[in-house]
Design a binder for this molecule. Sequence first.
Ligand SMILES: [Ca+2]
Length: 213
Amino acid sequence: MTAGGRVRWGIAVAGVAILAVPAAQAQAKKVVRTVTKTFCSDTALPIPDGPASGDFVGGLVSTGKGCPKKLICGYGGLPLGAKVRDVDAKLRVTHPAVGDLTVLLVNPVGGLTTLTARNGGAGADFGFGSTGCGAGFTTFDDSAPTSIEGAGPAQAPFGGSFRPQVPLSQNHGTFGAGDWRFYFDDQAAGNQGTVEAVGIRLKYRYIVRMRKR
Ligand SMILES: [Ca+2]
C-alpha cells in the first residue's frame, strides 16, 4: 500500500447502471438485504512530519470478497448498487502527539469526511495494543456519546468510540463497493508517526431480486 496507489473510479459508474430499473419492472417489488461487515488493512505506513502541506499519505481498505450467488458484483465483492446505510471508521496510529494530525475518510465515489482535525493535543496514539487488525481501535461513530472535537491528551490513546469531526452520516446512500481510503496529514513539525491499521464497519443494503406484485 503506497500513497497514490490504485484508484478505481469505474465503480461509481457501474453502480449507477445497476440501479436503472427497466420500465417493464417498474411495478415489481424490490427484495432487499441488509448486511453489516467489518473490513481492515494493517499495512504499516509512515506519516511524514509536518508542517508542509500536500504530503498526505493514504491508507486503503477494500470492501472484501464474496459475491452473493446469482448477483453481479463490483470490485470489492459488494453487489453492484449496494448502498451504505451506516459506516464507522477505525484507526490504529502510533504518534507521540495526535493533535498534529488531520485524518480524512474518502468513500469509493470520492466523498470526503473529516474524522479528526488537530484534536488530542500531545496525547499519544489513536488506539492501543496490537498494531494489526486485532488492535484496540479508535472508532469514529456518529452514535458515540463523546466527540473527538475538543478531545485532549488526557483521553489518549482514544480507545473506544468518538463522534467524528464531521458526521459519517453524509456517506449514507452512497455506493459502498470499492476502495475506502484514509488520508493522513501531519501538520506540525517535531513529532511523526505511523499508520498501523485502518478499518471500516459497513452496513449496506442491496437488491437481491425484483419480485412481481
Ligand atoms: Ca508532526
